[in-house]
Design a protein around this ligand. Structure first.
Ligand SMILES: Nc1ncnc2c1ncn2[C@@H]1O[C@H](COP(=O)(O)OP(=O)(O)OP(=O)(O)O)[C@@H](O)[C@H]1O
Length: 618
């Protein structure tokens, strides 16, 4: 964890007199996502999208109708009071008004219902799109913290934003329709009144748009802080951290950092919220002033006899509602701007390049040639030094290779390249005479069974933990059993309360925790699920096993892999010495290679380390 780094690093704070803010020039371009969001919603549910469209139209038109009928009711009542008309004629207008209001309420409620249904479907759809994309990406991308931020940002907000954008678009249309119909009514009074209505709402809109852009920039800048906070929350609240956090009494320190990050973020939030609130109020006042100005004007016209009382009440209502429709429309535009900004995160993530395309070969030109590393170089993204430098190796079918070397010498990296989790930077790795990148990805995976030292402890049943080694037999109980027996896990599984159905881990109800060595046995069984694999790789799988279990596993392993290739990474020389080929790595280079006898004779690194360990047992 690196916390000392300044949180303002890499930020662009707009300075006075600075060249045009790129964020601002992006103001209009961000609207490019509106179409894509609409497309997404349309593909999610055409029926719901169409229904929402129709309801929007109805809900937009009805309010003006309500205002208009209101005028007839007031005028009718006045005429009846003055004896100019029958009071009974009012009933028809009132019934119509009642119907219109009921229809409007119905349309609004139906809109809410459709929106809820669409929200659930769309949230799921966007999450699936994000996860599918994540599956297509390279491991290296996951290890890049900026990529991880993009993924987190996309996941955090993007599932709700497309719907929000579409609902706001519909809301905007609804308000525009309402506004046009109000405008139509108000025009009969005075075109100037329409202009006042429009102008009074503009400043609030400009301010709102500005603030929402600012809120978005805060959101983006904060991704690293948010990640740190999430990490600290995890370290403080998760069971697998609890042991160390308690023993080392790290809780108060972590909590203090957690608070500090919040305080920094809160300062910025508070600032923005206060400014937003202040300007919202001041500019909103302008609207209130124009409303009462218009009331005075309309009232004065009625007093002058230019308007009937019914028309006066209608214009009052129309102006008031027109104003709220206008500001609702404008804030919908502001919200759309914000939604677009957030959606740009989603599309930015989705536009990340996929993993490099693989070839389609299912067999190589030299079957039986085994694995060759030819002058292989590799540097981790962002690392100063290469992790592997000019590796040359040849492993033939039936041969067992042991990789030894100090920590960080490149053993695991070599396996990651062999399994194509990373691409070689220079040189090539050949299987049966064909470069790995030309192999069909699925075929390559079938041929290699691997278990890494940091294997995953799936919070699933024991059987599924083993079955994960071969998805085609994920639920095949016979295969679980065979693999478990070979991995020496069968005995421990039999002692578990529900055998292969025992839930492992502590996340779920009745979860059973295993010891480190027991988990390793399960992991070894997982690697042994790959019956078809002719290259088996065990990256320090036995570090937590007792000596007897280790010896038995390797015996099994040798038997199983008689005609296959096996690669073993281990710091235990008692196991390593049995390999046909031992490769000693140091700082990414092959220092020595040969079998045990040759290397002992060479009297180099291997011989020194071997003797050191042997001495420990004397
Ligand atoms: N994901 C990564 N990103 C950047 N550098 C890495 C990454 N993984 C390993 N390295 C670096 O690459 C070098 C080789 O690491 P590797 O994991 O291959 O060592 P190893 O020989 O397997 O070590 P160990 O015996 O400790 O498991 C190390 O210097 C390490 O710091």
């Amino acid at each position: 964890m690196v916390f000392h780094q300044s949180r303002h690093q890499g930020r662009r704070t707009p300075a006075a007199g600075a060249p045009p803010d790129p964020e601002r020039t992006r103001f209009f371009s961000v609207f490019r996502f509106s179409g894509r969001a609409l497309g997404l919603v349309w593909q999610t549910s055409r029926g719901l999208t169409l229904t929402i469209g129709a309801l929007t139209l109805v809900a937009g038109l009805l309010p003006a109708g309500v205002a208009y009928v209101g005028k007839w009711i007031v005028d009718g009542a006045l005429a009846a009071m003055e004896g100019r008309a029958e009071a009974a004629s009012l009933i028809g207008w009132i019934a119509l008004e009642c119907t219109l209001v009921a229809a409007l309420a119905g349309a609004q409620r139906a809109l809410d219902v459709c929106q809820s249904l669409l929200r659930a479907q769309l949230g799921q759809r966007v999450n699936v799109i994000i996860l599918e994309k994540a599956l297509r990406m390279e491991l290296a991308q996951f290890e890049d913290s900026e990529f991880y931020d993009r993924l987190t940002r996309a996941r955090r907000e993007a599932s709700s934003r497309p719907l929000s954008l579409v609902m706001r678009t519909f809301g905007l249309i609804q308000n525009l329709i309402a506004l046009l119909s109000y405008g139509g009514l108000l025009l009969a009074f005075s075109p100037l009144a329409v202009l006042v209505l429009v102008l009074a709402g503009l400043p609030a809109f400009v301010a709102e748009t500005r603030f929402s852009g600012e809120a978005f920039r805060l959101f983006r800048w904060r991704a690293p802080e948010t990640r740190k906070r999430a990490y600290l929350e995890m370290a403080l609240a998760r069971e697998d951290f609890a042991k160390e956090v308690k023993i080392f009494d790290l809780g108060p320190l972590f909590l203090q950092r957690y608070r500090q990050i919040f305080n920094d973020l809160y300062q910025e939030d508070r600032n923005l919220t206060l400014r937003r609130g202040f300007w919202g109020y001041v500019l909103g006042l302008l609207g209130t002033l124009s409303l009462y100005g218009a009331y005075a004007w309309i009232g004065w016209s009625a007093v002058q006899g230019a308007l009937t009382i019914g028309s006066m009440t209608m214009y009052f209502l129309v102006f008031k509602q027109g104003q709220s429709a206008f500001s609702a429309g404008l804030s919908a535009v502001g919200g759309m701007f914000e939604d677009n900004l957030y959606l740009s995160n989603l599309y930015e993530f989705l536009e990340e390049p996929d993993a490099l395309p693989a070839g389609s070969a299912k067999v190589g030109p030299k079957p039986g040639d085994g694995v060759r590393f030819e002058d292989v170089w590799f540097t981790y993204p962002g690392a100063g030094e290469p992790a592997l430098c000019g590796i040359n190796l040849h492993l033939k079918p039936g041969q067992k290779l042991a990789l030894v070397g100090e920590n960080g010498s490149g053993k695991t990296t070599l396996i990651k390249l062999l399994t194509r989790l990373y691409e070689v930077e220079r040189g090539r790795i050949l299987l049966d005479g064909l470069a790995l990148c030309d192999w069909d990805r699925g075929r390559l995976r079938e041929r290699i069974g691997v278990i890494f030292q940091d294997f995953v402890r799936y919070q699933m049943s024991v059987g599924e933990n083993i079955g994960a080694g071969d998805v085609t037999a994920f639920a095949d109980r016979d295969r679980w059993q065979t693999a478990a027996e070979r991995g020496l896990a069968a005995e421990l599984i039999d002692r578990l309360p529900d055998g292969y159905d025992t839930q492992l881990g502590r996340w779920f109800h009745k979860g059973q925790e295993l010891s480190g060595g027991q988990w390793q046995k399960i992991a070894v069984a997982r690697a042994l699920m790959r019956r078809e694999a002719d290259i088996l790789v065990l990256d320090e799988p036995t570090a937590a096993l007792d000596a007897e279990a280790e010896a038995r596993i390797f015996e099994q392993f040798r038997e199983m892999t008689q005609d296959r290739m096996a690669i073993l990474i281990s710091h235990r020389f008692s196991t390593v010495r049995q390999a046909d080929l031992i490769v000693v790595l140091r700082r990414g280079r092959v220092m020595e290679q040969g079998d045990h006898a040759t290397l002992i004779q060479l009297d180099g690194d291997y011989a020194r380390l071997f003797k050191l360990q042997a001495k420990g047992y004397q």
